[in-house]
Design a protein around this ligand. Structure first.
Ligand code: B12
Length: 489
C-alpha cells in the first residue's frame, strides 16, 4: 500500500517552476528551523512566521495550531473590542506614550490610537490561511479596525505627504483587505498608485524594493479579485508591470533585486503575476537566494524567504480552501494538476492521517522542528571603533562619540554597544525596543529616534555603507569602524 502511495505522490507532483528547483532538502531544513524557532515561548508570536509555515509544503499541523492559538491570544484580545468603544478619548488599550503624543498633535482627542496597519494586516492574512477558517464574528471587528487604521494612514498621507506608519504598512493593509475580499475606497488605492508613480517609497537605509513589491502585490490582488472598476483595474495592471520592469532593470550582478532581504518580496510579484516561469530574472534571483540561504538566520528573514522558495506568494492565501476543494483545484502556482481525481478517490482515512488539503495545496504533516544551534564561540579578542554621529542643526556637535571598544572575537554589534557602556568614563548609553526583527536601536547617548519625526539610528560601517542587518545579528571584524548616525527616512 505504501509503495502505491509513494508512486502516486511521485506521479502527481505539481509542475511548479516557481519553487526552488531541486533544493528540497535545503528548503525543508529552513522550514524546520523556522518551526523550531516558532516553538520558543520566549518569542512573541509573529503573523509572518505563521504565514510562512502555512504556505510551505511540509507541515507540523499541531505546531501550527499551537502557534495560531498564541497569535489569537495576542491579537484577538487587542482588537476584539469594538472600534467605537476604543476611540473614546484616552481609552486606547495599548497606549504608547511617545506615539500617543504624536497622534494628539494632529488628531482630535478621540483619535489617540496610533495605527498598527502592518501588524494587523499580517495577522488578518494569517487568519485567511487557517484551516478550518475562524469564526466570522471576531474577524469582522478586525477588518473594521484595519479599515480604520488604513483611513488614518490615508488621512496622514494627505496631511504630511506620507502615511502615519509607512507605505510598506499601508500596502500590507490594502493587500490584507483584498485577500479577504473587502473593498477599500478608490481614493485609498489611488494614494498608493500615485506614490508608486512618483517613486515615493524610498528611505535612506536602502532601496525601496520591499515597499514597491508589497504595493505591487496589493495592486495585483485588487485586479485579480476584481474589486475595482475597469479603469482603475487597467491602471493597477500598468503599475504592476512598471514595478516588474524596474525590478528586472535594477537586478544586480549578484542576482538580487535591491538587496538579499528585499529579493523574496520582489520574487513574490513575479509569482503573483504568473511571470515566474517565463522571466529569466526570476530564476537568476532564485539561484542567488539558494546560494546564500545562510543569510536567512532570524525568524523574520526566514519567514520572508520561505514562501518564494515554495513558489508561493501572499496572493495564494486568497485561494486557500480547506479539504472540500480536493479535486477542484484551479491551476496556477502551487496547485495540483492532472491526477487530482485519482487522489480524490483515495479513502478518507488516507487524507486524514497523512495530510490536509488546502485549496489545491497538499499539506503533508511531516515536518519536525530543528532547534536553533548555539553560536560557535570564537577564541581571542578584537577591537572595533564606535562612532556616533548627529548631522543635524539641533545637535550640540556632529560627532558625539568616537572610541575604540575591545570585545571578544565574534561579538555582535549589540555586544559592542554593551561593552561600550561599561568602559571608563561610562559616558556611552543606548536603548533598544523589541521587534519581530530583533532589538531595534531606539536611543543613543540619550537621544531618542522618533517615529513622528521620521528619524532613526542608522547603522553603518565606515566609510558609509548601510548595514543590512540589525544590532543583534551584525558581527563586525577586528579593526572595523561602526557608525551610529541619526538619520531621516
Ligand atoms: C520601514 C522599514 C524601516 C523603517 C522603520 C520605521 C517605521 N516606523 O516604519 C526604518 C527606516 C527606521 C528602518 C530602519 C532599519 N532597517 Co528596516 N525596514 C523597513 C521595512 C521596509 C518595513 C518594516 C515594516 O514596516 N514591517 C511591517 C511591520 C508591521 O512589522 P514590524 O516588525 O512591526 O516592523 C517594525 C520593525 O521591523 C522595525 N524595523 C524596521 N527595520 C528594522 C530592521 C531591524 C534590524 C530591526 C531589529 C527592526 C526593524 O520598524 C518597523 C516599523 O515599526 C523592512 C522591509 C522588510 N522586508 O521587512 C525593512 C528591513 C526590516 N530593515 C532592514 C534593515 C537592515 C534596517 C536597518 C538595520 C538599516 C540600517 N543600516 O540602519 C535599520 C534599523 C536600525 C536600528 N536602529 O536598529 C532589513 C532587515 C534585514 C535583516 N537582516 O533582518 C529589512 C528587511 C530591509 C532590507 N531589505 O534589507 N527600517
Amino acid at each position: 500500500m505504501w509503495l502505491l502511495l509513494i508512486l502516486l505522490q511521485a506521479a502527481v507532483l505539481p509542475a511548479q517552476l516557481c519553487e526552488a528547483p531541486g533544493e528540497v532538502a535545503a528548503v525543508q531544513a529552513l522550514s524546520a528551523r523556522l518551526l523550531g524557532l516558532s516553538a520558543d515561548p520566549a518569542r512573541d508570536p509573529d503573523p509572518s512566521v505563521y504565514l510562512a509555515l502555512r504556505l510551505g509544503t511540509d507541515h507540523d499541523l499541531r505546531g501550527e495550531e499551537r502557534y495560531l492559538a498564541r497569535l489569537q491570544d495576542a491579537f484577538q484580545h487587542r482588537y476584539g473590542r469594538s472600534l467605537q468603544a476604543a476611540s473614546r478619548p484616552h481609552s486606547a488599550p495599548h497606549s504608547h506614550p511617545q506615539r500617543d503624543a504624536a497622534a494628539t498633535q494632529h488628531s482630535t482627542s478621540a483619535e489617540v490610537e496610533w495605527p498598527e496597519t502592518g501588524r494587523l494586516a499580517l495577522y488578518l492574512l494569517g487568519l485567511r490561511a487557517t484551516c478550518p477558517p475562524p469564526e466570522p464574528g471576531p474577524q469582522r471587528s478586525l477588518v473594521t479596525w484595519l479599515k480604520y487604521y488604513l483611513e488614518e494612514d490615508w488621512a496622514g498621507s494627505r496631511r504630511h505627504g506620507h502615511p502615519l506608519t509607512s507605505y510598506y504598512q499601508y500596502s500590507l493593509g490594502v493587500l490584507a483587505l483584498c485577500v479577504h475580499r473587502k473593498r477599500v475606497r478608490e481614493e485609498v488605492i489611488r494614494r498608493l498608485l500615485v506614490a508608486e508613480h512618483h517613486g515615493r517609497f524610498g528611505h535612506t537605509s536602502g532601496s525601496a524594493v520591499d515597499t514597491e513589491a508589497v504595493a505591487a502585490l496589493a495592486f495585483a490582488c485588487l485586479q485579480r479579485e476584481r474589486l475595482v472598476g475597469a479603469r482603475l483595474s487597467a491602471e493597477l495592471g500598468a503599475a504592476t508591470r512598471a514595478v516588474r520592469r524596474r525590478m528586472v532593470e535594477a537586478q544586480g550582478q549578484d542576482g538580487f533585486f535591491g538587496n538579499i532581504y528585499s529579493t523574496p518580496w520582489a520574487m513574490q510579484v513575479f509569482i503573483a503575476t504568473d511571470t515566474c516561469r517565463t522571466q529569466p530574472a526570476y530564476s537568476r534571483a532564485m539561484a542567488a537566494l539558494l546560494g546564500h540561504l545562510d543569510a536567512f538566520s532570524t525568524a523574520a528573514t526566514m519567514a520572508q524567504v520561505l514562501p518564494v522558495l515554495h513558489g508561493r506568494s501572499y496572493l495564494d492565501i486568497a485561494s486557500m480552501r480547506c479539504q472540500e476543494e480536493l479535486g477542484r483545484s484551479q491551476g496556477g502556482a502551487g496547485t495540483w494538476r492532472g491526477a487530482d481525481m485519482a487522489l480524490a478517490q483515495m479513502p478518507p482515512w488516507w487524507w486524514l492521517g497523512v495530510c490536509q488539503c488546502h485549496g489545491g495545496f497538499l499539506l503533508t504533516d511531516t515536518l519536525s522542528p530543528i532547534s536553533p544551534e548555539p553560536l560557535t564561540e570564537m577564541p581571542g579578542n578584537m577591537t572595533v571603533r564606535l562612532v556616533v554621529e548627529c548631522p543635524k542643526p539641533s545637535c550640540p556637535q556632529h560627532r558625539l562619540y568616537d572610541q575604540p571598544v575591545p570585545v571578544s572575537a565574534g561579538a555582535s554589534l549589540l555586544d559592542v554597544l554593551r561593552a561600550a557602556t561599561t568602559q571608563e568614563p561610562h559616558d556611552f548609553t543606548f536603548d533598544t525596543q523589541d521587534t519581530p526583527q530583533g532589538p531595534f536601536l531606539s536611543s543613543v547617548l540619550g537621544l531618542e529616534a522618533r517615529q513622528q519625526k521620521r528619524n532613526y539610528w542608522q547603522l553603518l560601517t565606515a566609510p558609509s555603507t548601510s548595514l543590512q542587518m540589525g544590532i543583534a545579528d551584525y558581527r563586525p571584524r577586528d579593526g572595523e569602524t561602526l557608525i551610529l548616525r541619526l538619520s531621516e527616512w
